[in-house]
Ligand binder design. Sequence first.
Ligand SMILES: Nc1ncnc2c1ncn2[C@@H]1O[C@H](COP(=O)(O)OP(=O)(O)OP(=O)(O)O)[C@@H](O)[C@H]1O
Length: 565
Amino acid sequence: MSHLSPLFAPTRPIGRRMAAGLVLACLAALANFGLLALSGWLLAAAATAGLAGLVAAHAFNMALPAAGVRFLATLRILARYGERVVTHDATLGLVGQIRARSFDRLVRQPPAHLSRQRSGEQLFRFVSDTERAGHAYLDAGVPFVTAAVCGLASVGLVGAFVPSAGLVLATGLLTCGVLLPLAAGWLSDRATARIATQQDAMHGDLVDILQGADEIAFLGAEGAMRHRLDTRQAAIRHARLHLAAIEGGARALTGAMAMLTALGVLACASTALHGGLLSAACLPMLGLGALAAFESVAPLPAARQMARHARLAARRMRAACALPPQATGGSLSPTAPLDLDMRAVGMRYAPDEAWVLRHADLTIRQGERVALVGPSGAGKSTVAGLLFGFHDYQEGTIHFGGTDARALDPDALSGLVGVMAQDAHLFQGSIRRNLAMACPTADEAAMWSALETAQLAAFVRQTPAGLDTLIGEAGLRLSGGQGRRLALACVLLRRPRWLILDEPTEGLDAATERAVMTALMASLPHDATLLCITHRTAILPFLERAVEIADHRFHDVAIPRGRPR
Ligand SMILES: Nc1ncnc2c1ncn2[C@@H]1O[C@H](COP(=O)(O)OP(=O)(O)OP(=O)(O)O)[C@@H](O)[C@H]1O
């Protein structure tokens, strides 16, 4: 059970609902067993009374057992209905709780760790694995507990009438309720693991395909992608068929075993009948009761497979959430200047990859306006990621505002530093929604002011819906340049004291680029820092200092002078 705790341990209210669901499930199974057994007894007793003559038939009291049959039938219906409602409600609650807990843990993990995972696989873990793990109670726990309770009760009752029949029933139930699920589980574990692996990879592929749909179409790679998905799907189908065959075989064996056991129970009961130890009416009661007892063990091989699915899902969730939360607590001093100080930093994305930065020193003082330049792939974007913890570094130290960057509280940092990444994401919805996401407290005047600086206000004004113009998923209804300017407006709206802009004027014509840079520089408070990551020499004259990344280090370089026009 260690894998169920603490990520999967139910809260007290959910635990109570789970327990109530188990009680109702057991009640429904016991009512079913009692109903069949009592009906068998009633029919046989009525028949033997009828055969014994008119007096015996009149003396036979039908009312009480008939009322018992009606009571058990009603109880079975109500308990089954209640069981469905309560167990499903508890399961939904449990899944929701597991999702909330795992989300909480995932978001507190170091961004460097999160950014190394495939987003599709992360999505799968979060959606599917949490559901599977939460369903362990419904798909495996309820059937096993019900079978155990009903099995014990039926063996007890049958054994109370004829002990040898109880022994036969116990042997049959143990074979089908323990040995068969174990054997079925042993045979299906590899297929279950294969399904999990393939589904993991397929969800990763699907997200890749959705995100790169345009590129796949342009490259004419639809066939290759379809083939890849088909291959995975075929492997999943094959494994599922394997599981279905095992489950079907186990069900057939359970059916055969139920018949054999019922015959064995009847044989023992007949011996007792001949010995005068049992009345004839009890014979069908014991036979039907034995058959009814097998109804509760029939789902166990499938439940064992579900338990394995849930166990794998729980293990993956636990692994995904295993890293300790990002170390925080390095609060920034309100008086210390927000200087960035990198000393002898060495960074590479993986131990077997080339160093991006090595022995790299850089100091940027608060209020400086700096361009970070260098050839493509030199490591410019990596520097922004290092400050925010999206990438980890292996050597040296990075301090921001005098505090170790690794220990900085991400919330405090995001309040001070605004980053416009190279692939800045826009959210589906309106322009207003995107601006409000960046700064929920901003009023309309502030939104327009940020749009003015980003040179997007004129475009928004001439659209019929203005700020409420819908921009589509990931800003698809905007041009590349408009999307970047909206992303810039979002960052400016937060009025951060440090601004990191990765290619802010990418996709803009020369005149708009100049207008954006002029308005941006005019809007910055004098103590705000600007770090512009850029290839575009046209924006260098707007800045005070240029730093080039070459040979994995930072080098100050001269800015071509001449005032920007
Ligand atoms: N997530 C990643 N995993 C592994 N390597 C990466 C990753 N991101 C970048 N790199 C590698 O790190 C190096 C620096 O990349 P980076 O994006 O920082 O360069 P850049 O100077 O910003 O390039 P560009 O100007 O083309 O945007 C490159 O060699 C790149 O291949």
